[in-house]
Design a protein around this ligand. Structure first.
Ligand code: UD1
Length: 338
C-alpha cells in the first residue's frame, strides 16, 4: 500500500484530501498540531470512509519530532497543508507566519532529501499572482510583490521547493489554489473558521444563520460589470481531487519537470454580488448585506486558466457554484445544531 503523509490533514482542505486519498486506496498518516481544528475531524473522516487514518500530533516547527516521525514511519509521498493562512493576521504577526510556514517546510524537505522520498505536493495560492495583468491567469503570469507575509510565505515556499528539486532530484508539484469553498456532501467535514470569518463564504453563511448581523461587501466601484470584485470559487472536494491527481502524476513518474506548478480553480469568475445572488437562490432567503469601502490588499479580479491542470493532471472541476454554496449552508446549519 502506498503510504502518504498529509500534514495539516485535519484542516479544511487537508481533511477533504484525506477522504479522497482513502477512497483511492492510499494509506494515510496525518500530522496535525490541532492549532486550527479539532480531533472530531478525525472521527468524521472515519465516519465517511470507514477507515481511521493514523494520526500523530506533532508540531512541524519541532525539528527533533519531525526527525523522530520519519525514523518511525516509512512514507512514500507527502502532501503538505500545515500552515497558517489568515492573511490579515500575517500582517501583524509576520515572524509567526515565516517561522511556521517556512521552518516546517524546510524540516520536511530535509527529511525527504535525506531519505530519498521523492513525491511532494505543496499548498500554494493564487495570491502569488497579485493583480494579474491578463485574465484568466495562466501559470506563466509573473509573480507579483505579495500583499502580506502570508503571501510571501507561499512565494518563498515555492522557491525553497524549486531550489531543492533542482539540487537533489526531489519531484514536487505546487498547486496554486483559487478560492476553496463548500463542504463534503456528507456534511461531516467542512470549514471551521475561528472567531469572525475573514473569507466571504463563511461570513455569508454565518450572516444567514444569524450569527453575524450583516455582510459587508468590500467595494462596489471595481472596474467589473457590477462593481464588485471577482474570484474563482472552487468546491473543496474538486480541489481535494486535484491533489490525488497530482500525487498520481508524481508516483507514476508522469511529471515533465522536477518542479511543476498548476492553477487549481474552476476557470469561472464570480463577483461578490453574483455569489450573494446565487446563495439567496439556493437558500431561498434574502441575505442582509451592505456595501462598504474596499478591503486593503484586495485585487479586482482573479480567475484561473485551468487548461494546464485539465490536460496534465487529467482533472477538472465537476461541482457548480450553487452546489458548493448549498453545501456550505448545510454545513453551517449542522454546526448550529451541534
Ligand atoms: C484570500 C487570500 C488568499 C487566501 C484566501 C483563503 C488575499 C489577496 N487573498 O483570498 O491568499 O488563500 O483568502 O484564505 O488576501 N469579501 C467581502 N466581504 C467579506 C469577505 C470578503 O466583500 O466579508 C470579498 C473580498 O473583498 C473578495 C471576495 O469577497 O473580493 C473573496 O474574499 P475572501 O473570501 O477573503 O478571499 P480572497 O481575499 O480572494
Amino acid at each position: 500500500m502506498t503510504r502518504i503523509l498529509v500534514t495539516g490533514g485535519l484542516g479544511f482542505i487537508g481533511s477533504h484530501t484525506v477522504v479522497e486519498l482513502q477512497n483511492r486506496g492510499y494509506e494515510v498518516v496525518i500530522i496535525d498540531n490541532l492549532s486550527n481544528t479539532t480531533l472530531e475531524v478525525l472521527h468524521n473522516i472515519k465516519a465517511i470512509t470507514g477507515i481511521q487514518p493514523i494520526f500523530i500530533n506533532i508540531d512541524l516547527r519541532n525539528q527533533k519530532e519531525v526527525n523522530t516521525f520519519f525514523n518511525e514511519h516509512a512514507i512514500d509521498g507527502v502532501i503538505h497543508f500545515a500552515a497558517y493562512k489568515a492573511v490579515g493576521e500575517s500582517v501583524s504577526k509576520p515572524l509567526a507566519y515565516y517561522q511556521n510556514n517556512l521552518n516546517s517546510l524546510v524540516y520536511l524537505l530535509q527529511e525527504l532529501t535525506e531519505r530519498g522520498i521523492g513525491n511532494f505536493i505543496f499548498s500554494s495560492s493564487c495570491t502569488v499572482y497579485g493583480q494579474a495583468d491578463e485574465l484568466p491567469i495562466t501559470e506563466k503570469a509573473p509573480i507579483k510583490p505579495a500583499e502580506s507575509p502570508y503571501g510571501y510565505s507561499k512565494q518563498a515556499g515555492e522557491i525553497i521547493i524549486k531550489d531543492t528539486c533542482k539540487a537533489v532530484g526531489l519531484n514536487a508539484i505546487a498547486l496554486r489554489y483559487f478560492n476553496p469553498i463548500g463542504a463534503h456532501p456528507s456534511i461531516k467535514i467542512g470549514e471551521l473558521p475561528l472567531g469572525v470569518p475573514q473569507n466571504l463564504i463563511p461570513y455569508i453563511t454565518q450572516t444567514a444563520a444569524g450569527i453575524r448581523k450583516e455582510l459587508s461587501v468590500f467595494g462596489n466601484d471595481y472596474p467589473t460589470e457590477d462593481g464588485t470584485a471577482i474570484r474563482d470559487y472552487i468546491h473543496v472536494v474538486d480541489l481535494a481531487k486535484a491533489h490525488t491527481a497530482a500525487l498520481r502524476r508524481l508516483i507514476e513518474k508522469k511529471n515533465k519537470e522536477n518542479f511543476e506548478v498548476f492553477n487549481i480553480g474552476t476557470g469561472k469568475g464570480s463577483s461578490v454580488l453574483e455569489v450573494i445572488k446565487a446563495f439567496e437562490k439556493v437558500t431561498k432567503k434574502p441575505l442582509n448585506y451592505k456595501i462598504v469601502g474596499k478591503r486593503e490588499g484586495d485585487v479586482t479580479a482573479a480567475y484561473a486558466d485551468t487548461s494546464m491542470a485539465n490536460r496534465e493532471l487529467n482533472w477538472k472541476t465537476e461541482i457548480s457554484l450553487e452546489t458548493a454554496l448549498k453545501s456550505a449552508w448545510q454545513w453551517q446549519q449542522a454546526q448550529k445544531k451541534s
